[in-house]
Design a protein around this ligand. Structure first.
Ligand SMILES: Nc1ncnc2c1ncn2[C@@H]1O[C@H](COP(=O)(O)OP(=O)(O)OP(=O)(O)O)[C@@H](O)[C@H]1O
Length: 282
């Protein structure tokens, strides 16, 4: 997660501005739009999304239901082609027209609301699956799976099967699997949406720890404003129809944050302001 909290919308270009002037953003979106066309209707799900995310930054995306959060994440994940605009991962275009560059996609890690584990694979084999698919040898896969199981707090469960795990533990496996290839970018769509409130809090703490340890750059979609403010270096708010960025809020609480930060008046004020802004968007 970044030490600096820039809310620059465009890439830094001013020479001599500071170090960021020459730093290639980890992820850059330039005028990204997405239109869904069916025989009956056309939905402009996203419009003019411009955002630059730097190395190690944690960006939380919030917005009302239907404002395009999932569409944005799926577009970043290489699953949905944008109708307009450009997406660059470390300066390399993810899409050329409606064709995705699979070598760029292979540098992304994605976690959805459902862990989507293979029930007949052990925890270690689930974690190492992306490595198997790209042909890494068994010894490396084993070593990396055990290393990641430890990182996500699942040491001792490497040989267990998904059915033997709780929902929170399964999500940890999904996070470990997404990190297995050392992705440049971790994309998460409501990863804790199906968990109970206490487990979700614990997972927020864990995710912060994991992201710091892995120096991960993260785009994290959530409905939950408190979760977004707790986790984010910046909170990006989308407004609906079409989904546009309506606000980018830097969150500067020191890291690592613990749950007590949520009792700080400044934390409560930010959550209230963001909630108020979202309510105003009807
Ligand atoms: N495959 C699709 N075909 C047509 N329209 C779609 C498709 N996927 C999404 N949409 C439309 O695009 C808009 C944005 O949907 P999206 O799922 O991205 O919103 P969201 O913010 O993730 O919502 P939620 O918080 O409820 O999950 C909605 O109006 C939705 O109906």
């Amino acid at each position: 997660m970044s030490a600096h909290h820039t809310d620059t919308l465009a890439p830094a270009t001013k020479a001599g501005d500071d170090d960021r002037a020459t730093e290639v953003p980890k992820l850059e979106l330039i005028g990204v739009g997405k239109e869904f066309r069916t025989k009956r209707t056309t939905t402009q799900a996203l419009s003019g999304i411009t955002l630059s995310i730097s190395d190690g930054e944690f960006v939380a995306v919030i917005g009302r239901s239907g404002c395009g959060k999932t569409t944005l994440l799926r577009t970043l994940a290489g699953l949905l082609s944008p109708s307009e605009g450009r997406i660059l991962v470390e300066g390399r275009p993810l899409w050329s027209g409606s064709t995705v560059d699979s070598s760029v996609v292979s540098q992304l890690g994605v976690v959805f609301q459902e862990a989507n584990l293979f029930p007949w694979y052990s925890v270690a084999d689930n974690i190492a699956l992306p490595l198997k698919l790209r042909g890494d040898d068994k010894r490396y896969r084993h070593q990396r799976a055990y290393e990641l199981a430890e990182l996500v707090g699942l040491q001792g469960f490497e040989k267990s099967y998904p059915r033997e795990l709780s929902g929170g533990m399964r999500q940890r496996v999904a996070i470990a699997r997404a990190l297995s290839t050392h992705p440049k970018l971790l994309l998460m769509d409501e990863p804790f949406g199906a968990l109970d409130a206490l487990t979700r809090e614990r997972m927020n703490l864990e995710l912060q720890r994991i992201a710091l340890a892995a120096h991960a750059t993260v785009v994290f979609v959530t409905h939950d404003i408190t979760e977004a403010v707790f986790l984010g270096d910046r909170v990006v708010q989308l407004s609906p129809r079409p989904g546009r960025i309506s606000e980018i809020r830097p969150i500067t609480f020191a890291r690592p944050r613990d749950m007590d930060v949520q009792t700080e008046p400044r934390f409560g004020a930010i959550v209230r302001e963001l909630r108020h802004a979202l309510d105003g968007e009807g």
